[in-house]
Design a binder for this molecule. Structure first.
Ligand SMILES: *[C@@H]1O[C@H](CO)[C@@H](O)[C@H](O)[C@H]1NC(C)=O
Length: 320
């Protein structure tokens, strides 16, 4: 509330992961490695889904959407570390910073609703396999995905607008490696209590808890229906249908809980930075990794791709 020492700076400095000069190069290398792996994994998934017709199913279209989302959000969170190392420029304007916050928050909410839509898709695949193609048709897919993408941007709009109303900052140093809400709020001397409560309620209930509950409900139905299957092979097959998705869901919600459900006080900002580094690193690499390790359709596509490379264009892709 103290407006006396505050100003509206023309630029902000992004602190980065560490101030220690000796760590800058190792961090840079690590981030380059992580970023390139994320790009490679997600682009590979996109490519395989594009190329192979047996992957032209709703689940893989959703997965492709998730890959685009992962590429975008890891670009937002990691690009500043890379650029700072190359150019030495740690600064960013308030406009760019707030735009990044908005897009990043929206993409994170999108990720959760896309996973929720995928859990509905898995629910239909397990509980109503014969009518799957009728229920999850092209129009429904397109509608679901559009709603998912728009949802996050709508939900986060108010937070963004509140942030643009901040006019007073005690410092222009953002103690983080990308523009994030909490570090920006921390250095503001405006009254941010409304924003804090709003983020807590929206962030917790609308962005996390509702998708979580919907996903949970889908899985309760899935489990009940799997239990009803008599044969072991039938059960295993039904479980296999949703195991990749379930793994991603569990890992994602676990990392979210670890990052956000801890007290936000001054001294936790440093540990928060490491947690969110882990998160921003882990989540975007997760999807391609899990889907390619656990999934025989994707493995098959990989194998086909390798064979095709080896056959050196002699043989065109076989139709499925
Ligand atoms: C995203 O999902 C929609 C609906 O299923 C699909 O039509 C679209 O191709 C997907 N996007 C990508 C990049 O695959």
């Amino acid at each position: 509330m103290d407006q006396r020492n505050g100003t509206l700076p023309t630029f902000f400095t992004i602190a980065g992961i560490s101030d220690l000069p000796a760590l800058q190069f190792p961090i840079f290398l690590l981030v380059v490695f992580i970023y390139l792996s994320t790009l490679a994994g997600n682009i590979a998934i996109l490519l395989l889904i594009c190329l192979y017709r047996h992957l032209h199913t709703p689940m893989y279209f959703f997965l492709a959407n998730l890959s685009i989302l992962d590429i975008s959000s890891s670009t937002i969170t990691l690009h500043k570390i890379l650029l700072t190392f190359v150019s030495g420029d740690k600064t960013t304007s308030l406009t760019v910073c707030l735009a990044q916050i908005y897009v990043f928050l929206s993409l994170t909410s999108d990720e959760l609703v896309i996973l929720t839509a995928m859990s509905y898709d898995r629910y239909v695949a397990v509980c109503n396999p014969l009518r799957y193609n009728v229920i999850i048709n092209q129009e429904i897919c397109a509608l679901l995905m559009s709603v998912c993408w728009i949802w996050g941007f709508l939900i986060c709009l108010e937070t963004f607008l509140e942030l643009t109303r901040l006019t007073c900052f005690q410092s222009n140093k953002i103690n983080h490696f990308y523009c994030d809400v909490v570090p920006v709020m921390k250095i503001s001397c405006n009254d941010t209590s409304f924003l804090e409560i709003y983020i807590l309620i929206m962030g917790l209930i609308v962005v996390v808890v509702i998708p979580f509950l919907l996903t949970l409900i889908s899985y309760v139905f899935i489990i009940v229906s799997i239990m009803k299957i008599r044969t072991n092979t039938g059960r295993r097959k039904a479980f296999y249908t949703c195991s990749s998705h379930l793994t991603v869901v569990i890992l994602l919600y676990t990392t979210l809980i670890c990052q956000y459900f801890r007290p936000v006080s001054g001294d936790t900002l440093e540990s928060n930075k490491f947690f969110s580094f882990f998160n921003t690193v882990a989540v975007p690499i997760l999807n391609p990794l899990i889907y390619s390790l656990k999934n025989k359709d994707v493995k098959l596509a990989f194998k086909k791709f390798r064979c095709k490379m080896q056959a050196n264009n002699k043989q065109r892709t076989r139709q499925n």
